[in-house]
Design a protein. Sequence first.
Length: 197
Amino acid sequence: MESKKSTSSRAAILAGVFIALYLAIYVVIGAICMPVPVLFLLMPELVALAAAPVYHIMLAKSPSGTPVFIAAVLPSLVLIASGHIPIAPLVSIPVGIAAVLIARKGRYQSFKLNAASHTIFSWNLLGGFVPIWFMRDYFFADTLAGGMSADFCNTLYALTPNWVLPAMMVAIAAFSLAGSLIARKLLAGRLERAGIL
């Protein structure tokens, strides 16, 4: 009984560490990308690439849907707390649930299903971007009022015709897959010990 409690506590602590690492990757890449319109649109793709090793080792060390869901939703809560349009959870919550269900199907021990889970999971950041297309006038007025320059807003407006949203979704999936393949090489030993490879 004590052993089970100890293992459970250790998994919970590790999950918290990996969630914090994911959030740190999101914040750092977001801070670098935010001032430049092109990089701003590439931010979810870069996070998907950089965070893939963290995601895979999280599932290896703490095989549970809870940290996946928390990590998916947390960035949208950060956006709301920092004054952004509060619709991001409408994307991150269903995406988080779908990512959990996919990983759970392989009992968190299938690399292919974990990689597919990370691909879906990585769309969680789109919640901060969908207002560009679905609340266009409000988004740009709010962004301008929030302190971004008119040049930033005008450039971003020009860079975001309707086809850019599906293109971003495809690009995020591609970067996520690349990140998973990198994770497989970097973490081969640990993933094998966890029964994932």
